[in-house]
Each structure stands twice: as C-alpha cells, then as structure tokens.
Write a protein that binds this ligand. Structure first.
Ligand SMILES: Cc1cc2nc3c(=O)[nH]c(=O)nc-3n(C[C@H](O)[C@H](O)[C@H](O)COP(=O)(O)OP(=O)(O)OC[C@H]3O[C@@H](n4cnc5c(N)ncnc54)[C@H](O)[C@@H]3O)c2cc1C
Ligand code: FES
Length: 508
C-alpha cells in the first residue's frame, strides 16, 4: 500500500508561498526532497510531514479537526502541535516543521526538534503492569504506557513466537508477496529492551489469581501484578470435518500461520478457501496475486452480506470473479482427503492448499477461570475495566458499552483493539478516560479498499450514495431513523466526516 516517493509535491515551501495562495485548510508543498503539509487551524498555521506514519496515506486528503489531522486511509490522527500519533493505527510521530510568516509570505524552515507528546501522566501509578497478549491491544497498551511516562515495570506475556506484528497485513500484501518481511513487526526487536518492556514470547498464561494478584504460567512460574490487561484476542474456528488436520489445510491468525500458507503456495496451482468473510476473501485475493486458481466455498448466498448488506456483497463477489475467483456459494466442504475436497453438494475440488476462514471465537478461558463477568466476551465498563477492579480487558475479547450504537458490543477490528489498548493503558494509570471512539475497520480486496465506521448488527434500510460498481460510493445503514454505520469505497473524506459526526452525536 505504501506509495513510492516521486517528485516533490507542490511549491517549495522553503522559498515561501504567498498567503493569497494558501486559501484552503491545507497546502501540499515540499522542503528539499520531503513533502510537507501546511495546515491552517484556528490557533495558527502548522507544517507537518505530508505522509501518514502508518502506510503513508496522503494527509493532504485528510480531515483537519481542531489542532489535529486525520488520515484518509485508516483514520489515524496526528496532533499538529507535536506530530504525535494521537490515535491508532499510526503509532509513530510525524516530524513537525518551523513555520514563519513574513509579511504576505509563509515560509517553512527546518524540522522542529521533536516536541514531547502532551501527556497527562500517571495519576496513581502502580508499580507493575502485566499484559497478557502480544497483539494489537497488548502492544498498543505497552507502547502508550511508556508514552505516558509510566516508570514502573511492564511485563508482556505472549504465547506467540513472534514479536507483535501488523496482523492485517497477513491476509493482504504480505500474503500476496508484495510486502517485505520488515514491514511486519510493529516495532523492531530492540524496541522492547530499549523501552523497558519485558516481552516474553512463547509464554502461555495458564491462570489468573485475582486475590493474590498474580498470573500463573504454563511452566509453573508466577508473575505478580498491580494492574493486569487481558488482551488475548480471538482464535480461528477449526472445522470439525475429516481431513482438516492435514498439513496443507491452514488457519490464518499468526505470522507462523501466514508463513505456512506461503510455503504451501510455492508451486501450488489450485487453492480452496473455505469461508467468504473478510479473512477468506482477502486471502483469496492474495493467492490470486500469486497466480493460483482459487475456489471459495461458503454456505451463504452472498459474501459479506451479514456485515455489509446485499448490494455490497454482490459487488465484492463480482470484484473477485473479475479477478478469476470461482465461488461455490450455498455449499460447504464436507471432507478433505489429501488434495481432494468433497463438497456437501456432492462435487469435488482439487486443492494443493486449503485456507479455512470461517470466523473466530474470543479467547475467554482465562477470564472465565478467574471469575470475571463475561457476556459473549469479557464484560468491561466504559473505562475498559472488568468486573474485578485492577483487571482491564481490550481488543477482540472485550464487550464494552458503545455510546454510539447504545449497545454493549464486541468487535474484531484492528484499530479498535489498538485504541482500546491505548485507553486501557491510561486508565491503568488512573486517568479514568472513557472509551468512546467510533468503531472503524477497513478491508482490502485487490486495489479496492472498503472503509467502515460505526456499528450496525441490523438495519432497516441501506441508503446508497454514488455507484458501488464504479467504486465510488457511501452506504448508510439506518435503523429506526438513525444512521448506525457508514461503509464507503474511495469516499475517504466523507468517511472521516461521518466518523466525526458520529463522535459529535450528529447524523452522518
Ligand atoms: C489475517 C488477519 C487480517 C486481519 N485484517 C484486518 C483488517 O484489515 N482490518 C481490521 O480492522 N481487522 C483485521 N483483522 C482483525 C484484527 O487483527 C484483530 O481485531 C486484532 O488483532 C485484535 O487484537 P487483539 O489484541 O485483541 O488480539 P490479537 O492481535 O489476536 O492478539 C492476541 C494475543 O494474545 C496472545 N495470547 C492469547 N492467549 C494467550 C495466553 N493464554 N497466554 C499468552 N498469550 C496469549 C496471542 O498469542 C496474541 O499475541 C485481521 C485479523 C487477521 C487474523
Ligand atoms: S495510512 Fe494513515 S492510517 Fe493507515
């Protein structure tokens, strides 16, 4: 997804621009060979790197809100005063540049020394925070604890063998073979010792003892905590069919899963993908990029209809068919015998590899064993604290009171997991910050990104603005007269505006 830096953009800001040429909210220019964005806010003019630190989204096409700017691609938010990545999915700050106004001209001088993020700091800082899980929520929490100047111990326990990685990439560019390996880690290995984060990989947490305030590891050791964050995520559902345990039949959650699929894909001619949801279809697209014939088998009549509705479902199906995917909808795989997958309808499909993407289940065993309240997820309050004070939960396992849908919801979105990790971190430091971000996710199929803000499990009506087939549309999911969610293709600014409207309680 990253774009190559071509010729520097716009005017040379070191030479200055006339104030009369800067009439909008942003102006894209350059200093030397670097693109820099001038941004006008009510409190002055700022200059900031023009590309998002997540996947290099063009901030010139983003939305300015107060003294921040939001990225058009996956809605990261940067503080214009400090460059801080105030909201995930971006984690790294952007450089801010010196702005000088002389008469009728605005000049951008060199980069400012990276200002410190504006932090509230620990209120009643505990000594030791333990995080169970090395994924989106766990990593974002650990990183935010240090950003917030927490000086105590952080222990991060993960049963994965890999440092926290950019999981969404595992079904997209990395699986397609178009992203290098060094894109994947959220931070390099030496970040953890450098930041004083005791990351213990291949470490299985077996139990939590809330009375003794310690977790028990599978190897018999114990780790005490003052505050605990549970961020164990979700695990892929395994298919209870004969042959699902063969080496060429894969689930897709971890880097190891992805590497195993890539190894199977080498030399493969045909693949069967079981499941037509996000992971299944993203994997199908990536395997097509590798020139493998792909058959998708799924019981529903339309892919993604449950989440995105019939019209978008039809579009997604047609898009994949244009790229050569062959669907077997209204069908399931009954058994896999070597390379032969037998369908319930009676047919068979040859497959050198099979990818199973039939949904995930939140990993609740630890929470249940510890006696935390659960409700199809770990029940948390608006501060992401569980029923046991001092134990917080975030990410795919957490069911929280969402002020926008006015329901207790649990979602499986990367950005939500990271933002919850960040909020939980602050609250473990005593800040009492409610989690009120509007849920956001994106999905990528070939060159088509689908962005979704809000949360609609059901709706009365979908109002379509634009043309889905032309890949230029915004869909509003309405229930009882309220817009619960908005999905869009190449309507990035409208998607950002919808998010802001929902935050402010307005109708998007
Ligand atoms: C291939 C793929 C692509 C995706 N693409 C997108 C996308 O495009 N957009 C989007 O919004 N979302 C996407 N998602 C979903 C997104 O990745 C998840 O919502 C997100 O990772 C959830 O974060 P989490 O921290 O809750 O869980 P995870 O990231 O799964 O992390 C959980 C961690 O807990 C560890 N763990 C679990 N149990 C234990 C235990 N007992 N002891 C020790 N460690 C334990 C695991 O090893 C793991 O490190 C994708 C998911 C996958 C698998
Ligand atoms: S590229 Fe900016 S949020 Fe992803």
């Amino acid at each position: 997804m990253a774009e190559e830096q071509a010729q520097p953009s716009g005017p040379d800001l070191a030479q200055g621009v006339a104030t009369s040429d800067f009439t909008g909210k942003t102006l894209l220019g350059h200093v030397g060979d670097q693109d820099v964005l001038l941004v006008r806010t009510e409190s002055g003019i700022f200059a900031i790197d023009a590309r998002c630190s997540h996947y290099h989204g063009p901030l010139a096409e983003g939305l300015v809100v107060g003294h921040s700017i939001r990225c058009p691609w996956h809605h990261a938010c940067f503080d214009l005063r400090t460059g801080e990545a105030a909201r995930a999915p971006a984690l790294n700050p952007l450089a801010v540049w010196k702005v000088e106004q002389q008469g009728e001209r605005i000049f951008v001088r060199g980069k400012r020394e990276q200002p410190q993020p504006i932090v509230k700091g620990p209120v009643a800082a505990p000594d030791k925070i333990v995080i169970v899980g090395g994924g989106a929520a766990g990593f974002a929490a650990a990183e935010m604890l240090r950003r917030e100047k927490f000086g105590g111990d952080i222990v991060m326990l993960s049963n994965d063998g890999a440092v926290p990685v950019d999981r969404p990439n595992l079904s997209k560019d990395y699986l397609a073979g178009s992203a290098p390996e060094d894109w994947l880690p959220l931070r390099p290995d030496d970040f953890y010792p450098g930041a004083g984060i005791d990351l213990r990989l291949k470490t299985q947490v077996a139990a939590i003892d809330p009375k003794a305030r310690q977790v028990a590891l599978a190897d018999g050791k114990t780790v005490p905590y003052d505050r605990l964050l549970l961020a164990t995520g979700a695990e892929p559902v395994r298919l209870p069919i004969p042959g699902a345990d063969q080496l060429h039949v894969h689930l897709l959650r971890s880097l190891a899963d992805c590497e195993a699929i890539i190894a199977s894909a080498k030399g493969a001619k045909r693949a069967v993908v079981i499941g037509a949801s996000f992971i299944g279809l993203e994997a199908a697209a990536s395997l097509r990029t590798r020139d493998i014939e792909v058959h998708v088998v799924a019981p529903e009549q339309r892919p993604m209809e449950r989440v995105l509705g019939a019209e978008m479902g039809d579009f997604v199906r047609a898009l994949h068919e244009e790229h050569g995917v062959i669907f077997h909808l209204g069908d399931t795989v009954a058994a896999i015998d070597g390379k032969r997958a037998t369908l319930k309808s009676g047919g068979t499909l040859e497959a050198d590899l099979v990818v199973v993407g039939v949904g995930v289940r939140p990993r609740l065993a630890l929470a249940e064993q510890a006696g935390l309240s659960t409700d199809r997820g770990v029940a948390v309050n608006e501060f992401l604290e569980t029923s046991v004070p001092g134990i917080f939960a975030a990410g795919d396992i957490a069911r929280w009171p969402d002020p926008h849908s006015r329901q207790n919801i649990r979602v499986e979105h990367w950005v939500v997991a990271e933002r919850q990790g960040q909020t939980a971190a602050r609250n473990m430091l005593g800040q009492r910050e409610p989690f009120d971000a509007v849920p956001f996710f994106w999905s990528q199929h070939y060159d088509v990104p689908i962005n979704y803000v809000g949360h609609a499990e059901q709706w009365d009506e979908i109002a379509i603005d634009g043309d889905i087939a032309a890949k230029d549309c915004l869909l509003r999911y309405r229930s009882g007269g309220r817009v619960l969610a908005v999905a869009s293709i190449y309507r990035d600014i409208a998607s950002l505006e919808a998010e802001l409207a929902m935050e402010q309680g307005r109708t998007p």
